[in-house]
Design a protein around this ligand. Structure first.
Ligand code: ADP
Length: 456
């Protein structure tokens, strides 16, 4: 822990570049001190005691500096000129107590300037150069006049200015490179983020289209099977029907007539069932047209009742007569109600209640399928419409996903309300505006709108 007073002299942590520059400065100072001791004790004559005292003070300063650096801090970071002034004084004193103007310690000014340039702005470096020149100038004022005093003084000052310019230019180049690298790094991170978002999006799209394909394949297989059964059962059925009609024409007795009527009734039922199966399993049309809510619900329920358990549920449809027509793909809209009713059948037990309703809501028609079944755990509700989400042993998790896609493609929305253990209601909101516009347009263009549509 740093002393609170010392902490105020340095920011919490230095930037990477500042710390790298500080590392160089600390090393230069330690080397300077070692060389200083050698010069003081083995070099030209001077005041040995004074020189050693000054160097020991230098060791203290550098030790504090190093301690800050080890804690990733820069000593006196916000007060660089204090350091410059101390160094100018320190070097001036070393020169003074050594041999004066021509002391080898005068080259320490150059090191001080280089340290300053790599850490601070060129402005600070030039001010430091001024402080060093002042320090050296003071030395000149105290120096005994010698023949070489003026040339040495002038040459040293020129060297100081030269070193300041060169070191500042190189430091500026270094800092600019660092800034460019930082900007490039930022751009790279940003690009990486964008790339990751794009990959996530593409993966989701791929998953959704895979789910769509899987569902279509399932429906196609089901359609093929249903058409096959209808064909196989249809032919013998026609033969039976022909035989019954033939017997009826032979003026049978009362008992036989009643029984034949019974058979005819059952035959009609089977034929209706087959017709519904065939209608439902015909290749899905994607032609948009005017669609009646009543027809859609009737067709969907007509098929759903053959689903396992469908007959044991109490399925009620409440459709007002005055509902406006919708514009959409009839087969797809049938599928919406069909899937919702199948889910409701799965969620309810024997005798369970399923209510299919429709009502106008302003510019929309709302269809709802409510059941008094298991209900849905609130924790899983946000995942219901994702592909492959299922809680059923044999489920595909595609029903609600397909519903949402169909409804959204029709400009509508779907939502769920559910209470665990009490039941679930799915609400599908579809716009009627299109249908009204369509009929208005049809009026204008005398029946030529909605090309290729089937208007029921
Ligand atoms: P699947 O029916 O193949 O599981 P769906 O996408 O149709 O796929 O349904 C996903 C899940 O939503 C179901 O597994 C079930 O947990 C839940 N779910 C849908 N409808 C109902 C409902 N009416 N009551 C309770 N849970 C339902």
């Amino acid at each position: 822990m740093l002393h609170p007073l010392l902490s105020t002299l340095a920011p919490p942590t230095g930037s990477r570049l500042e710390l790298a520059a500080e590392a160089i400065a600390v090393k230069i100072r330690w080397v300077g001190l070692v060389v200083g001791f050698l010069l003081a004790n083995f070099g030209p004559a001077g005041n040995l005691l004074a020189l050693n005292v000054i160097l020991v003070l230098g060791i203290g300063f550098t030790a504090i500096n190093t301690a800050f650096f080890w804690r990733n801090r820069v000593f006196l970071r916000d007060h660089p000129l204090i350091i410059s002034a101390m160094e100018a004084l320190f070097i001036g004193l070393l020169c003074y107590y050594e041999t004066g103007l021509d002391s080898p310690f005068r080259f320490y000014y150059l090191l001080s300037l280089i340290c300053c340039a790599i850490r601070y702005s060129p402005r600070i470096t030039f001010v430091t150069c001024g402080l060093d020149t002042f320090s050296y100038g003071t030395l000149y004022a105290f120096a005994d006049a010698q023949p070489n005093t003026i040339p040495v003084f002038l040459l040293t000052v020129v060297l100081l200015i030269w070193a300041t310019w060169a070191a500042s230019a190189m430091a500026r180049l270094l800092k600019r490179t660092e800034e460019e690298l930082r900007n490039l790094n930022l751009a790279l991170t940003e690009n990486q983020g964008q790339l990751e978002t794009r990959i996530t999006e593409r993966t989701r799209e791929l998953e959704e289209s895979q789910a769509q394909v899987l569902h279509q394949e399932k429906m196609a297989a089901f359609g093929l099977l249903a058409a096959g059964i209808a064909h196989e059962v249809g032919n013998p059925l026609t033969s039976i029907s022909n035989v019954v009609q033939m017997l009826e024409r032979r003026d049978p007795d009362e008992y036989t007539r009643t029984k034949l009527a019974l058979v005819t009734g059952q035959l009609v039922r089977i034929q209706n069932t087959l017709r519904e199966l065939v209608t439902f399993s015909r290749p899905a049309s994607d032609i948009r047209g005017k669609v009646s809510t009543g027809d859609v619900i009737e067709e969907a329920l007509g098929i759903a009742k053959y689903y396992k358990g469908g007959k044991n549920r109490n399925i009620v449809a409440r459709i007002p007569d005055d509902l406006p027509a919708l514009v959409g793909v009839r087969d797809q809209l049938v599928q919406v109600i069909f899937n919702l009713v199948l889910n409701a059948i799965d969620a309810t037990g024997k005798g369970g209640s399923i209510v299919v309703q429709a009502e106008r809501q302003g510019n929309h028609v709302e269809w709802s399928v409510a059941d008094d079944g298991l209900g849905i755990d609130p924790a899983v509700q946000p995942r219901l419409f994702r592909p492959y989400f299922t809680t059923k042993k044999q489920g595909t998790g595609l029903g609600l996903f397909v519903i949402r896609n169909i409804v959204e493609a029709h400009g509508g929305s779907v939502r769920v309300e559910s209470q665990l253990g009490q039941g679930t209601t799915f609400r599908v909101l579809l716009p009627v505006k299109n249908a009204e516009l369509a009929s208005a347009e049809r009026g204008n263009r005398s029946g030529t709108i909605l090309e290729g549509t089937e208007i029921r």
